[in-house]
Design a protein around this ligand. Structure first.
Ligand SMILES: [Zn+2]
Length: 163
């Protein structure tokens, strides 16, 4: 638990991810198993023997938000479209909220109409409307991410994030 608390009240995206193989490549010398080598090294600096490449495919990891993008161009274009919440706790489940306030199509309650005091009753209509607004505001990235995850849901609720 950190010093800062951030609370989101509104629509958000819940992604469940499929674990992917985390390939760990190591370069080893038969004679010097404790020595470390660079990925491009061909021969052992100590004995001149040819180095072996060992690929370990036994570790599975859940991808983070940024690993769902195919390349750097795509990441640059979309990484800020949504804001990744609760990063530390996101093993297998990613929580993403909108990144900007869309005044004529609100999808969250914090910040909205921030110059005015007052309450907002969260009726069933608000829940439905805000989820619908979220789907429209972030349609492009939702369409992009959907085939890359196990499940994708637009939900409405409260996200508490300590950082
Ligand atoms: Zn060696």
């Amino acid at each position: 638990m950190g010093l800062y608390i951030s609370i989101h009240i509104g629509a958000y995206l819940e992604l469940k991810t499929e674990p992917v193989i985390d390939e760990i490549t190591t370069i080893k010398c038969r004679e010097h198993p404790n020595e470390e080598y660079g990925i491009t090294d061909k021969y052992c600096a100590l004995c001149g023997a040819e180095l072996k490449t060992i690929v370990d495919k036994s570790t599975y990891i859940h991808p983070g938000y940024y690993q769902l993008f195919k390349d750097e161009m795509e990441e640059e274009k979309y990484e800020d479209a949504l804001q990744w919440m609760c990063i530390e706790e996101s093993e297998g489940t990613l929580l993403l909220i909108g990144s900007e306030e869309v005044l004529d199509s609100p999808d969250c309650l914090e910040g909205y109409g921030q110059n005015e005091s007052g309450d907002t009753e969260i009726t069933q209509e608000v829940v439905c409307q805000y989820k619908e607004n979220f789907k429209q505001n972030y349609e492009e990235i939702i369409t992009l991410l959907k085939p890359r995850v196990k499940s994708l849901k637009v939900k409405f609720g409260v996200i508490v994030d300590y950082s």
